[in-house]
Design a protein around this ligand. Structure first.
Ligand SMILES: Nc1ncnc2c1ncn2[C@@H]1O[C@H](COP(=O)(O)OP(=O)(O)OP(=O)(O)O)[C@@H](O)[C@H]1O
Ligand SMILES: [Mg+2]
Length: 363
């Protein structure tokens, strides 16, 4: 068990800066997910922690010890890769034993460790098979087993579920959570899938272009995204963004969007004061919009036209034209018939409005 601390960690490949000055404090036994779009520096960060990549600046400490110059094998970490990296010519049992034999662990001890890992992962009947005789999910379990037998201080995962189909991914997510309960170990998990990040992480680190955008629990990120990028990345369907021009009137602000305007009380939105005379980006989650007229004074209303409906069985998703923009609405009654072109009225509570200053992409 160990804490992992990154201090001003930086990585450049020639002129390409992959990771810019990352600071991260991962607690003992914490499960932290690094999430972000392709190329944002997730794997590079993980590989630096593993010792597979030299760092250009800063320090990495594992269990209170700076490991910058330690070989991967001396860092007491175990890593699971996207392609599992199993030895195809060896049985599952030998794959599990390989790392321990390299360290000259006694055979009796190896046998006990394999037995324990195989029980935890339910792969006992598979021990004498070769990896190619296993399904994707079974291979994934063997790759996890190889980490468990080593009893490392830290688990590192680089997109270990991305080769699996959607159903198996969901199952493996649950299995990973169960594994954590049985073998609580500090873990760093890389993914570009926000659902995986939300469901697995004690905390999530959102990255973009080598920079950390926000670190927080899944609910903190969902409820209080630090910027528009985090807001758009976390949550599905993605948050709606609408640009509005802000003016001040008596006791309220007037927000004018293309084809829609509404008022917000100055007392409840003091932050808007500094944006008067400028534009602001309003974020609204599709789940927070309700069809129908407002039911109280804390809701704002709008009218739009249905463009497309998507039936999911337990809900419908709508794409609605609202003045000059299109927004999505989730959680709509699946039995409601809404042909394209239908006029709808909808409402959103002002508590559920997010305000951002970054306007790009909206206009
Ligand atoms: N060996 C390398 N040489 C040069 N540039 C590299 C090297 N490895 C990575 N990069 C660059 O560093 C940046 C970060 O790459 P990294 O692999 O960490 O991204 P990632 O977030 O893991 O992306 P993905 O989701 O696609 O796996 C990218 O711009 C990438 O092109
Ligand atoms: Mg990667």
């Amino acid at each position: 068990m160990a804490a992992v601390v990154l201090t001003n960690v930086h990585k450049a490949y020639g002129h390409v800066v992959a990771v810019k000055d990352i600071n991260l404090d991962i607690k003992d036994r914490e499960f932290v997910v690094l999430v972000g779009p392709s190329g944002c520096g997730k794997s590079t960060t993980l590989r630096m922690i593993a010792g597979l990549e030299e760092i250009s600046g800063g320090t990495i400490a594992i269990g209170g010890r700076v490991v910058n110059h330690l070989q991967p094998k001396d860092r007491d970490i175990a890593m699971v890769f996207q392609n599992y990296a199993l030895y195809q010519h060896m049985s599952v049992r030998d794959n599990l034993a390989f790392g321990l034999r390299n360290r000259r662990v006694a055979e009796a001890e190896i046998g006990a460790a394999i037995g324990r890992a195989a029980r935890i992962l339910s792969i006992e009947p598979l021990l004498d098979r070769r990896p190619r005789q296993l399904s994707g999910g079974q291979q994934q379990r063997v790759a996890l087993g190889r980490c468990i037998v080593r009893n490392p201080k830290v688990f590192l995962f680089d997109e270990p579920l991305s080769n699996l189909d959607a159903q198996l991914r969901a199952q493996m997510r649950l299995e990973l959570k169960e594994l954590r309960q049985r073998v609580p170990t500090t873990s760093i998990f890389v993914t570009h899938d926000q659902t995986e990040a939300m469901t697995l992480g004690d905390r999530i680190v959102v990255m973009k272009e080598g920079l950390v955008q926000q670190v927080g629990t899944p609910l903190e990120l969902y409820r209080r995204p630090a910027n528009r990028f985090v807001a758009s990345f976390i949550g599905s369907p993605s948050m709606n963004f609408i640009t509005a021009d802000v003016t001040a009137e008596a006791d309220h602000f007037l927000l004018a969007c293309r084809g829609w305007q509404f008022r917000l009380p100055i007392t409840r939105f003091p932050d808007l004061g500094s944006r008067v005379g400028r534009s602001v980006c309003i974020g609204i989650r599709p789940q927070h919009i309700r069809l129908g007229a407002p039911v109280n004074a804390n809701q704002i209303a709008f009218k739009g036209t249905v463009m497309v409906t998507e039936q999911l069985g337990d809900e419908q998703l709508l794409a609605v034209r609202l003045g000059g923009t299109e927004i999505r609405i989730a959680g709509v009654d699946p039995d409601l018939t809404l042909p394209a072109g239908s006029a709808i009225e909808a409402a959103v509570a002002t508590d559920n409005l997010h305000l951002f200053d970054d306007l790009e992409e909206t206009r």
